[in-house]
Design a protein around this ligand. Structure first.
Ligand SMILES: Cc1cc2nc3c(=O)[nH]c(=O)nc-3n(C[C@H](O)[C@H](O)[C@H](O)COP(=O)(O)O)c2cc1C
Length: 181
């Protein structure tokens, strides 16, 4: 009888463990959320605002201390040269209380098949060690993966979660759900 009871308890336990998480998205990374982004023409800003509203994050605009020209042809050249020379433009401002945040969404447009140099400046001046970094981009067709070497290099001690090429607004919600938000 005692053996039967033990077997019953064991079976219940195995069943309970087996059902945990079924039909439920993986747990969202816990803690305070920052949505840091750079945007030249507004597309990435729009996505960043959408994400921040959905996950309840604080927004931070990554901007160079000397603003980029508003002229498209000129900024193409400036960005190409900056990347070629590996220059890291200085930031207009830094995130205050970075240590408060456990999760950092990091958004940018793809510039010349990579993250813009200003994103590399951000990663070089903000210690994201131990945080979960969630990259997203907008582009004219390039995929986020083109920039991932730079993100991994810039955040060597962070947990890098699944990112998104956020060119379709309808992709945002299912992506956040996959991440557990
Ligand atoms: C300097 C520069 C370089 C770009 N390079 C690429 C590229 O390599 N691949 C791509 O698909 N789009 C490229 N684009 C297009 C932008 O990624 C796209 O328009 C993006 O949505 C702009 O985001 P924003 O409005 O937040 O600045 C480039 C745009 C600029 C201004």
């Amino acid at each position: 009888m005692k053996n039967l009871f033990v077997a019953f308890v064991l079976i219940c336990g195995i069943y309970a463990v087996g059902t945990i998480g079924q039909g439920v998205a993986s747990a969202a990374p816990s803690g305070k959320i920052l949505v840091a982004y750079f945007s030249w023409a507004g597309n990435t800003k729009h996505v960043a605002e959408d994400i921040a509203a959905r996950v309840g994050g604080d927004l931070f605009e990554i901007a160079p201390s000397t603003p980029y020209t508003k002229d498209y042809d000129s900024v193409l050249e400036v960005a190409k040269q900056e990347q070629y020379e590996g220059r890291l433009p200085s930031l207009a401002a830094n995130v205050e209380n970075l240590s408060d945040y456990n999760v950092v969404f990091l958004g940018y447009p793809i510039w010349w098949y990579d993250a813009p140099q200003i994103i590399k400046s951000f990663m070089a001046t903000h210690d994201l060690s131990g945080k979960t970094v969630i990259p997203f981009c907008t582009s004219g067709g390039s995929d986020l993966s083109e920039s991932m070497n730079s993100i991994r290099q810039g955040c060597p001690n962070s947990e890098i979660a699944e990112g998104l090429t956020a060119n379709s607004e309808s992709d945002i919600e299912p992506w956040l759900a996959r991440l557990g938000f």
